[in-house]
Ligand binder design. Structure first.
Ligand code: FES
Length: 677
């Protein structure tokens, strides 16, 4: 390269350098390390290499670009424009040659490593850096005098034309190779997956194949299984689907499933079959919804808690049911998707994120990847609320993790009128502190129950019960309205001044909705409902508090509620109940299904897989089951919001009534006495 060679400046990267006149833009980009996509390897077929050259003066770069800085429009570009269209001002980077100083913009769709912006402002963008790339290659024909296998000649062509060294392939793809090569006239498009030790051929098509090709990000939870079908090139989610985990019939929560495996010969294998069948059904459903052939799903990423992890892999989870809660394997796994029965492309690889500990799984690792407490300046508490809460606490200096057995109450189970979140379930509740009258909203209807048209709008579904977020709001509202005291005791009609409090044996229940006149249910919040929520929230709070002890702090600066359920919890109500430690209310946010997002990040970005593997090795695990202080914290957290910990941010936002009905009466009596005196 000499000083007289043309200077090329790529934007937005700012990468610049001199290249010999006549160098194709694509070759210049490659030599300067500029991110410019290509599937066809410069044959003018794929159009992934589109660029926008600039003309005129660029004072910032100190050059003036003339009209003839690039070679004239050529026949390949003309043919492409006629057949498929090429936007004005665009050139094919593999065809246009650099003749003089030039500034070339690489638009986002031509960059392999562009960013997919996530909807939440505080969430980090996903940088696309997929493990799977499509590459068109011309393969030498077989020669009797120099015998070699079709695969060996393909591997040599990929090395020569794309720099892919050391290609490997399994029988599933080799079975398709010979047909594809001959049908394509010795030109094939290869899917090359580069994430493990050696690049692997995972699919092959005759001739040029433009895609799209897909990946599946799966979040296998104990209650629900959710999956996102993603376009591996654009990063877009093409379809999302979920279904109930059929293992529920073996036990609602994790430990009951471990017990089922321990008590029943063949129980673990039975649960493995059930979950694999469900994963297959989900894959078929999501492919049908997106109207794609499942054979175009070229890879998958799986996140799940440790018990689901073992059962999906066909490993007996018995060891996870007893101290020291040893995992059969904790590191990340690279498998063939077919090994767990996923009906994707025959050679599709599966990446399973690492588990953090015996009770803190790959789902928590995915949450850590998505919410990145290790990149936070603020001390951040992340709780993934489900039947087992997984909790992370940390900042740039260190990250701690634990899990806490909250049980299924937060999901509406073990609640007298409880149900899973589905149309007809009460999900929001407000209680007027003066009249003690409730109003509510149900899933599937945007109106509040006291708004005109509510009865008609809910006539189809009816009002069937109360879901997890509904019961949390109901009890928090009852506390704010003075219907429940700090100990969790529901008052009598006389104590609280409302006929909605009904006697039930020696306790009381709050009547939220009476649909009996029209044949519907009476929905009440009973004393045992309050107790069930107290137990669940105490477990959650105690886990968080234990991590705070370990970190040596009394306060956290930010709280992120993760999990599909977390998306529906109101921060104010969660804090009134004392589910989470005190923190400014505007610093409590919801991350939605962060485990699913973490799976999506790992699907789209190979470097993120290394990142989460390194992060998991650094995370300090705290085992709640053997920590004596857990019990202490659990007992203190039984009160609403808490027996001893101060909630100053909450106090600034919400005034709670007296801690007990006796105190309220005593206070009133005392007041009267003082006035009399
Ligand atoms: Fe495929 Fe240019 S690299 S058209």
């Amino acid at each position: 390269m000499s000083e007289t060679d043309p200077l090329v400046i790529f934007t937005p990267s700012g990468k610049r350098g001199r290249v010999p006149a006549g160098t194709p833009v694509l070759a210049a980009a490659r030599s300067l390390g500029v991110d410019l996509d290509s599937v066809c390897g410069g044959r003018g077929i794929c159009s992934r290499c589109q660029v926008s050259p600039g003309t005129g003066a660029f004072p910032r770069h100190g050059i003036t670009v003339t009209q003839d800085a690039l070679s004239p429009w050529n026949a390949v570009e003309e043919r492409y424009r006629e057949k498929r269209g090429l936007a004005a001002g665009r050139r094919l980077g593999c065809q246009a040659r650099i003749e003089a100083d030039v500034v070339i913009d690489v638009p986002p769709e031509s960059q392999v490593h562009r960013q997919v912006v996530r909807k939440r402002a505080e969430a980090r963008a996903i940088t696309l850096d997929p493990a799977t790339r499509l590459q068109l290659v011309e393969v030498a024909e077989p020669d009797m005098h120099e015998p070699s296998g079709d695969f060996e000649r393909l591997a040599a062509a990929l090395a020569a034309q794309w720099g892919v060294e050391g290609l490997v392939a399994g029988p599933a793809v080799l079975a398709a190779l010979q047909g594809a090569l001959r049908k394509g006239g010795w030109s094939v498009t290869c899917a090359v997956h580069s994430a493990g030790a050696a690049p692997e051929l995972t699919a092959v098509w005759p001739g040029y194949f433009a895609g799209p090709v897909y990946g599946l990000a799966i979040d296998l939870g104990s209650t629900t299984i959710a999956a996102h079908l993603c376009d591996l090139h654009s990063g877009e989610v093409r379809a999302s689907a979920g279904l109930m985990n059929p293992q529920i019939r073996f036990g609602e929560d994790l430990m009951s499933r471990v017990s089922y495996a321990m008590m029943n010969a063949g129980g673990a294998a039975e649960m493995t079959r059930a979950v694999r069948t469900a994963l297959g059904t989900l894959t078929a459903e999501i492919a049908a919804e997106a109207e794609i052939d499942p054979a175009l799903i070229l890879e998958a990423v799986l996140v799940c808690n440790p018990v689901m992890h073992h059962l999906a892999l066909g490993i007996d989870p018995a060891e996870l049911g007893q101290a020291p809660f040893a995992l059969a394997v904790s590191g990340a796994l690279n498998l063939a998707a077919s090994e767990i029965g996923l009906p994707l492309a025959p050679a599709a690889p599966l990446y399973v994120l690492p588990c953090i500990a015996g009770h803190v799984g790959a789902d928590a690792a995915a949450v850590a990847l998505s919410e990145a407490p290790d990149r936070s300046d603020e001390l951040m508490l992340v709780v993934d609320v489900g039947t087992n809460a997984e909790i992370l606490l940390g900042n740039r200096s260190r990250v701690l993790a634990c899990s806490s057995p909250t049980g299924p109450a937060f999901e509406g189970a073990q609640i007298s009128s409880g149900q899973r979140a589905a149309p007809g379930a009460i999900e929001r509740v407000e209680i007027d502190p003066a009249t003690k009258e409730p109003r509510f909203r149900v899933i599937g209807c945007d109106l509040w129950s006291d708004e005109p048209g509510f009865a008609e709008a809910t006539a189809g579904t009816g009002i069937t019960g109360i879901c997890g977020s509904g019961i949390i709001e109901a009890i928090a509202e009852m506390r704010m309205a003075g219907l429940v005291d700090a100990g969790g005791l529901i008052g009598s009609a006389e104590q609280a001044g409302t006929a909605r409090l009904l006697p039930e044996g020696r306790t009381h229940a709050y009547l939220l909705h009476d649909g009996s006149a029209s044949g519907g249910p009476r929905i009440t919040v009973t004393q045992s409902d309050v107790r069930a929520i107290q137990l669940a929230k105490s477990a959650l709070y105690a886990g968080a508090r234990l991590l705070m002890d370990q970190m040596g702090v009394e306060r956290v600066e930010r709280v992120v509620l993760a999990g599909a359920f977390g998306a529906h919890i109101s921060p104010r109500h969660a804090m009134v109940l004392g589910m989470i430690p005190d923190c400014p209310l505007d610093k409590v946010t919801s991350a939605g299904n962060a485990a699913g997002t973490g799976a999506r990040i790992a699907l789209h970005n190979v470097a993120a897989r290394r990142e989460v593997e390194a992060l998991v090795r650094r995370i300090v695990k705290v085992e709640t089951a053997v920590e004596p202080r857990f019990q202490e914290h659990f007992v203190a957290a039984n009160a609403i919001p808490h027996a001893t910990d101060a909630f100053p941010s909450l106090a600034a936002a919400v005034t709670l009534p007296a801690p007990s009905f006796n105190a309220a009466r005593g206070g009133a009596e005392g007041g009267r006495r003082r006035r009399r005196g």
